[in-house]
Each structure stands twice: as C-alpha cells, then as structure tokens.
Design a protein around this ligand. Structure first.
Ligand SMILES: NC(=O)c1ccc[n+]([C@@H]2O[C@H](COP(=O)([O-])OP(=O)(O)OC[C@H]3O[C@@H](n4cnc5c(N)ncnc54)[C@H](O)[C@@H]3O)[C@@H](O)[C@H]2O)c1
Length: 306
C-alpha cells in the first residue's frame, strides 16, 4: 500500500456537490495530500470518499472519509457545508441557515491545529468567513474565503472570448462581495501589460452587459441543473494548493483588509501562512462607490451576527 501523504486537507460538507467536486479536484490536480471527506451525513461522506478514491489510484493524493476531530488537525480545512441557493434566491438569504451550521462545525473541529488554514466556500462566503474566524479562534490571516475568485474566472473567460487572448494572460478581477454587491475592477484590468480597455476588441463592448452576464451566471446554472459545483471545486482546490505549496499566487479572495475593517474579496498573495500580502488596487471614482457599497453591505450583516 502507498504511504500516506504528509499534508492533510479536509473537506467539511464533502458529502454534497461542492465538497465532492472540491475533493475530486484536489485528487485530479495531483495535489499530494491526504484528502478527508467529512459530512454530518456519514453515508454521503462515505459514498463520495469511496468514489473519489477510485479516481486516486494513479494520482499522488489519497482520499478517505474522515471525522471532525481528524479534520481539526488538518493543514487546510475547506468548509462547503450548508444550505445552497434555490433558483433566483440571492446568496445573502442563506445567512440564517448557514450561520448556525458554521458555528457548530467550528465547535466540532476543536481543538483546531494552530497552524491550520480555513478556506470557507459556503455562502454568503464573505460573512461566513468572518464568523468562522471568530469562532475558530485562528488568526485572521489563516482564515480566508473563496470569494470572487470564481466570478473573476468567469470574467476572464468572457474577456478571452472577446479578445482572443488566453484567460490566464488577462488580469482582471471581480471585487467586493461574492454576491449582488460585487463589481468589476475595469480600471485596474490589464492584458499584455496594457490597460484592458485599450485593447482594440474592447472598444465596442458594452461593459455593463459583461457584468450582468457574470453576475447572472450562477443563477442560470442553478435554474438549469440545481447547483453549481465544478467551477468552484477547481477554484477551492487551487487555493488549497497555494496554501500547501506556499506558491504566493495572487487570488481575488475573501481576506481581512485592515484599511477597510472587514473581510471582503480583494487580491491577496496566498502561501503557507495564509494571506502573505494584500494589495492596493487602483479604482476610479465609480468603482470606489461600488466598493463602499460592498463594504457597507458586508459590515451590516456581520454586525448582526457578532
Ligand atoms: N463560494 C462559492 O463560489 C460557491 C459556489 C457554489 C456553491 N457555494 C455554496 O456551497 C454550499 C454547499 O453547496 P452544495 O451545492 O454542495 O450543497 P449540498 O446540499 O449538495 O451539500 C451541502 C452538504 O453540507 C452538509 N452539511 C450540512 N450541515 C453540515 C454540518 N453541520 N456538518 C457537516 N456537513 C454538513 C450536507 O449534509 C451536505 O452534504 C452552499 O452554501 C452554496 O451556496 C459556494
């Protein structure tokens, strides 16, 4: 039998769609970790872990069902547990249901390894990251959320179709809240070292229309098939990989930004200590107003749950 990898990643809520897609993505990306699938529904965790372990036979990672106590001793703890959106339901409407779930999960994980990093995925992810940090007792730099990384990927795909340039060569972020108060950082977007909006193919483009398309995409998928999971699964696995391998890759993810006094989606370099660096993004006056709206919306909800 192959030896157990030294690093451990646990996926809480791994019996569900997003958790299983995340655990599968970790294995399929070749992350050399022990991936534990944990869920309040034991049978769901067992089924997903057994299925994913079949995919692991040719990969460096391994996958098995785990307990909450084992998860508390992981290097990275990914939380995907909780209620998901119903068709046309905003993410913010999930807060009452998911608040209690996240609090009880943080209790069940105790004692949490002091060097562990928590990656929140459950929605509303900005507010739940704040709650997870307070209830886990870990420092702010070690508790982050997937935030607008997925939305930024959707944006980069759309911009790639317009410009004909690979999405990995387009530096453009959705920022603020992972929800109705997110906004596009058009003035900071770059392609080949030039402002994105100066690209010839961007001249005739209706920017509001692209924003709408990105903003609505989750709703369209949920309407068609009930939930979204492949995109977020690969995003969560990629962030976990940065945490384990100390890559210092920059992601637009939920992190605590001192000058705003709250958690929100903002670019940060992610490494083995969690948030290694936060960045100042250049915004124009319209974008500054949208940022203020996102900060106010997040702070207002957080104040009710603290
Ligand atoms: N951040 C993002 O970009 C993003 C994208 C998609 C979905 N999501 C969110 O991910 C969450 C999960 O969505 P899903 O589609 O996988 O839902 P799902 O219903 O398929 O799975 C949720 C899982 O959580 C488990 N669970 C519930 N309470 C638990 C507890 N106390 N401890 C452990 N496990 C528990 C359930 O048993 C279930 O297996 C939702 O909040 C959804 O909104 C976030």
């Amino acid at each position: 039998m192959a030896s157990v990898p030294k690093q451990r990643v646990s996926v809480i809520g791994g019996g569900g769609n997003v958790g299983a897609a995340t655990a599968f993505s970790l294995i399929a990306k070749g992350v050399p970790a022990e991936v534990l699938v944990v869920d309040v529904v034991d049978k769901a965790a067992e089924g997903q872990a057994l299925d994913i372990s079949d995919a692991a036979f040719m990969m460096p990672g391994i996958c098995r069902k785990g307990t909450f106590k084992e998860a508390g001793q992981s290097d990275v703890i990914i939380v995907t547990a909780g209620a998901r959106q119903q068709p046309n339901e905003p993410r913010s409407a999930l807060i009452d249901r998911n608040y209690k779930i996240i609090k009880s999960i943080m209790d069940s994980l105790q004692p949490i390894k002091q060097t562990a990093k928590i990656l929140m995925v459950s929605n509303p992810v900005d507010v739940l990251t704040d709650i997870a940090q307070k209830t886990s007792g870990l420092p702010r730099n070690q508790v982050i959320g997937s935030g607008t990384y997925l939305d930024s990927g959707r944006l980069r795909n759309a911009l790639s179709e317009i410009t004909g340039v690979s999405p990995t060569s387009i530096h453009a972020y959705m920022l603020g809240e992972h929800g109705d108060n997110q906004f596009t950082g058009w003035s900071s977007a770059r392609i080949g070292g030039r402002p994105l909006l100066e690209h010839p193919k961007m001249k005739e483009i209706d920017l509001d229309k692209i924003y709408e398309q990105i903003q609505r995409k989750a709703y369209v998928i949920i309407e068609a098939k009930g939930s979204t999971y492949y995109g977020i699964g690969i995003c969560a696995a990629t962030i976990a990989e940065a945490l384990l391998n100390n890559t210092n890759q920059v992601f637009p993810i939920v992190n605590y930004v001192e000058k705003f006094g709250c958690y929100l989606s903002w670019p940060a370099a992610i490494g083995c200590d969690g948030v290694e660096q936060s960045f100042d993004v250049k915004l124009d006056s319209e974008e500054c107003k949208k940022l203020d709206s996102a900060i106010n919306a997040i702070k207002e909800v957080c104040s009710k749950y603290n």
